[in-house]
Every structure is written in structure tokens, then in C-alpha cells.
Design a protein around this ligand. Sequence first.
Ligand code: AGP
Length: 594
Amino acid sequence: MCGIIGYIGQRQAQPILLSSLSRLEYRGYDSCGIAVASSGLEVYKDAVRVEALAKVLLQLDGTAGVGHTRWATHGEPSQVNAHPHCDCNGNIAVVHNGVINNFQKLKQQLISEGHSFVSETDTEVIPHLIEKYYDGNLEKAIEAALLDIEGSYAIIVLMVGEPKLVAARRDSPLIIGIGDRENFIASDVPAILDYTNRVIYLEDGDIGVITADSIKVRGEGTEVKRKQHRISWSIEDAQKAGYEHFMLKEIHEQPKVIRDTLGRYLSATEPVADWAMITDTGLENILILACGTSYNAALVGKYILEELVGIPVRAELASEFNYYGQALARTGAIAITQSGETADTLKAIKRLKGLGGKVVAIANVVGSTASRIADQTVYTLAGPEISVAATKSFTAQLMALYWLALSHSKLDISRRDGLITGLRRLPGKVQQVLDSEDEIKEGAEYLSKYKDVFFIGRGINFPVALEGALKLKEISYIHAEGYAAGELKHGPFALLSSDTPVIAIVAQDNTYEAMLTNIKEVKARGSPVVALAGEGNEAIGELVDSVIIVPQVDAIFSPVVNTVALQLLAYYAARFRGCSIDFPRNLAKSVTVE
Ligand code: AGP
């Protein structure tokens, strides 16, 4: 997720592009750049924050320009990988937000036709494709280029000698800001609210052509009239897209995050990670290392990999592994880290490599230390996660683990294809959970009154109980514990009373009957029980105090829908308690100390 901006009007473009970009840094901030057109095209970009770029920039002359602030997906943050990207002659500048899945193939084709590339990015194919098709009509050249592209995009194109900006979108947001004898194009409202609050939302397949005095939108080849909206939000609200907190916004981004992350893996022509690099060691077991929420994802990964690949998996806390862990021979290692900067996890990677092991990192930040020291990196495409409490990054990590397992499973074709179909349906299932937000809110209001809460689950949903408890602890400051349901009777039962509600995660799998028994045992000790159960399982309502129904999915995917429901539960419980949700006390988004 990057931020893009375009300006055309009477004023000098540079200061407007820079201030708009600084408003878009919540979308990505590892590098940035602008291009301004006057007699020629002036392009300035680097792997720095917008403020730093503004400090070194000379005054560029020109009243039309484009800008970009980056969240790297292809190619580490660097001056050459930063946007805008240009064609061979430097006449066309493009800024892009999205992922082009078939860029490798297009790049090879263009190179064979004489184009030369300078960056590792997927985006750079766009200006070269436009250059290839350009015969005096810029819109036509862009339409032809977009027909070759597979994936998601919001782009703005600036060309020397063309007194206009052309924009197009598919699966990435794009708006036009309407000014007085000037107009704007941007990824999102915060970029332009300093200048106008009149906007047009472009729809998938739209191509917008703006000049200083006109705006034309073509949808599917014909001119269309898109509704004008007047925005009443403050800039801060707009950065949260109208959500009260970044956490709630990030929870609601998960259907798209799943689509993007899966889209990257399931359609990749080149292997995203060379698992063989690990299997060459004659892989006999897998070790997954991580901390916090990433560790809970690692625990779910253990169940996924053991079930689908059929080899033993150890999930270990990196902070513990660093002092006691032994790397067994023929161990394939995975390190999971959203930020890629968590000190304990980095130390574990270095230690493993020191023991001669090889490590695949699952990371969300391109160019982060973990991605640099690991032998290979599988990137999750969750985009920047601003809220300290990890939500969408957890779900994206599970997608990476499902893909790694499926791409190395020994399953029969029909089961494998069935699971891939199930994966492709997950965005819709998660949307169903999000659509039941109000029911979950009721459960949260009930929970918000308690000081102590337990979460119980079995099998692949035991780690989900841990994650549910971690989310509630982190942001609502309620003392919450997650347990393997079978463990309660070995001690924690002593803590149960009418003041300790229990959230029971009841999956439709081989643990179902055992979970019902555990619920009866908990009820017998006077604790209220809230069950998280699949559609068609409403009968459980007779046994418990309230039920949160989640969509039916294959048992191996149940951690995804269950966790999203528990994220909402924690979020609203914290909100009812008036907690500072995005930046909870005593915590940091990336823990860079041991
Ligand atoms: C989760 O909500 C927390 N922010 C924290 O537990 C986090 O998961 C942990 O610090 C690991 O971070 P990482 O994924 O960036 O390595």
C-alpha cells in the first residue's frame, strides 16, 4: 500500500506534491519521490521520508507533477526502486500503488523489444508499456498498456508535452480532487483536504483525464459521470478512512489483505520462495521462531504444516530459543516477524545461521533487517500496520503459511484444489465476520465490565485462544489468559468464578465434542461462557450464555475467521473502557530491544 498524488493547475506543483505526500505517509514511508513537468521532466526520489526529501530538493519549476510515498513490495527501499518510474527516454513518469503479478513476463518481453530497466520493481513495466504503445494519443497508449497488466493498480501518468494527467485504477483506491482552475488525483482524501473537499471517487476500470480546467472520466471505454462528494472529515479522520482508530481500519482491511497476499502467491510465475533451499537439507522437521502475535501465527502454522506437509514442526518463542533452543540437524527454519526488526527474532535468525541453519523469513516490511539477514523472505502484503496491536499482519502471515504448506503438501489433487478454493473464498468469509460487527460489539460490552477473562480452544484453535487473549490484554488492559481447553482442569479451574467469563472457541472439527464437555465443566464452576461457533451450530446456545456465530469454513481455515471475530471483540471491549487503542500504554509497534 503506497500513497500517490498528482497536481495540475496554476501553482508550482512541488510544494503541493510534498505536503500531500506527507499526508499519505500512513500508507507507506520507506521511500518517496516526485516528478514535475515543465520543458522537460524533472524527477527526484530517494529512500527517505518526505520531510527529508523536501530538505534537499531545489525549487523545481512546473505546474504539473506527480508524487509517491512507498511501501515496498518488489525491490528493497532504495533510490532506484523509489517512484516515479520512467520510460527509456525519460518523457513519461508513472506513480503506482498496487501489485503487478505478471511483471516478470512483461519485463522479459519488453527487454527483448529493446527496453532497458533500472529497478527491481513491478511498476517500471508501466511507463515502458505506455512508451511501446504511444503513437501520439496518451490515453490510448495507457489503455493498451493496462490490457497487458494482471494485478492491482492505481496509477497517475505525466508525460512531457501533454498538458494533462491521466489516472486509472483497478483494485486500488483513487480519487480526483476538484479545485478552482486546478485539480488533484490522489490515493486518498487526506492528501488533498488542505486544498479542496470536493472529490470524485474513481471506480474499477475508470480512466480519469484531468487538466487545470477539466475532468473527464471514461469507464469501460465510454465517457461516464461520477458523483461529486463533499468531504467533512478532518485530515486525521481521513487517514483512518473514517474509522475511529487505525486498529479498526486495519481489521476491516483484511479481506483485501488476504486477496493481495494470496494473489501474489497463487499467481506467481516465479516461485516466491525457494522452499527447496530448505528441503535440500533433507528436511526432517521445521522450526518456526517468532514473538508475540507472530508467535501465535507460528503456532497455527505448526498445525497447518503438520497436517498438510506431514513433518514435525516446532514453534518456539525466539526470546527463549536464544538461550536454550537447539537447532536439530536437517531443520528447516522459518522466522515470522511483521516489522522485521524485533530484536529477539533477529537474534534467533543470526543464531540459527551461526549453527549452519538456513532461514526463510515471513515479513511484512520489505528491506527490513530480517529480510536482509534471512536466506529468503516471503513477504506478506498487509501494507503498513500503524496500530500497535497486530491484526491484518497476523492474517497475512497465516496466508503465507497456508501457501507454503499447500505448495509443498503431499495431498491428493482434489483435496489440494479444494483447499485452494477455500482460500480464495476466505476474503468473503472474513467480510461476513466484519458484517456481524454489531453482534460482536454486544459481546464486547458485556466483557468490558470484567477484570479477568479466559479464552479456551483446542487443536488449531488453541493458538487462536492465545491470540484472542493477547489482543484483549494489549488494548483493554483486562487480564486475559488463553488456554488449551483440556488444560483448565489441571489448575486454572481454581480461578474460575462468576467473575471470570470464558470465551470458548468451538470449531466444527475433531475437537467439537471435547470442547462441549469443557464448556459444561466451566459452566459447572459458575463462569459465564461466550461461545465462538460456526454457522449451523446455533444449538450450542442452549449450553452457553451467548454465542458469536462465524461463517462455516474448512476446519484448517477456522483460525482466520475466529481471530478476526476476537480482534473485533477486543477492539470494542477496549473502546467501551475508553482505552487509547492504537497506542496502548507500555507497548511499542516494533520491539527492537531484547
Ligand atoms: C502484537 O499485537 C504486538 N504488537 C506484539 O506482540 C508483536 O506481535 C511482537 O512484538 C512481534 O512483532 P513482529 O511481528 O514485528 O516481530
